[in-house]
Design a protein. Sequence first.
Length: 294
Amino acid sequence: MKNDYDFYYHNKNYIRKSLPSILKIILIDRTMYHNNIKKNIIWANNNYTKYGPSKIFSPNSQIVPSIFNGMIGEIIKPRALKSTLSQKIRTKSNAEVFTPIFIVKRQNDLLDQKYKNDDLETYVKRKCMEISCGEAPYLATRYDMLTGKYINVQHRVGILDRKIKLISSKINNQIKWEKLVIDAYKSVYGFEWNGDSLFLARENLLYTYIDYYVDKFSAKPSYNSIKKVANIISYNIFQMDGIKFIIPLTDKESKTVQLSLFESEFNNKVQTFRHGIKAQIMNWDSNKMEFFKG
């Protein structure tokens, strides 16, 4: 009989198909989700425009749960499983590249050396952020970035992986384990431009929780536990233009008409430039959203 975490990996539609309310959570854009405005992350690229109407698949369109009911849900997959042509196009248009796992391991090993004397709680709560995170391999290495091959929990090397593995090695009480793992999730952040990659990063972190829970307790986590982790992920792994600190594509140039006493066409038609919507990030110490300051 396969281990449960193998089931969750190989049944890639588990969250997408079986947990629709959780899927809704990991699609939320928390910057835009306030004052009765409820919006999801956007595609922020034109890689899916050929699959349907522009109002659903344009770069500015929100990623909605309904697309996962059809073939599009299958098309959103890790970079390693995309065609070579698709990889080249994304590299050229979005500067998207993968980081080999051995590089991730070496860099995270160096980081770990600085904190080897930390006590458990200090280590777990130490904050970090993966910039331009893509599918977030520096946080959670569920699969090899080059081949897409699944990696068992014992061999994962992400920062979040290390925190949870340390917790599992020292804590056997389920309630205390869950509390510390929640603290671990609150401590790791990442931002990404592309909506599909951001979704995969969020999905990876959520599956990571399920993987380690099953590995530790030989049982599936409760729906409420999964929901709690999903909420944290929807805040901490967020969509942002890493240069301007804004929601992607909210600063596009637009034409406006300026009234003038003169008849000159030049004076009547000017171009304005929107500064964009500033991205926000959750400060779990104060439980308040704050503008990202870099």
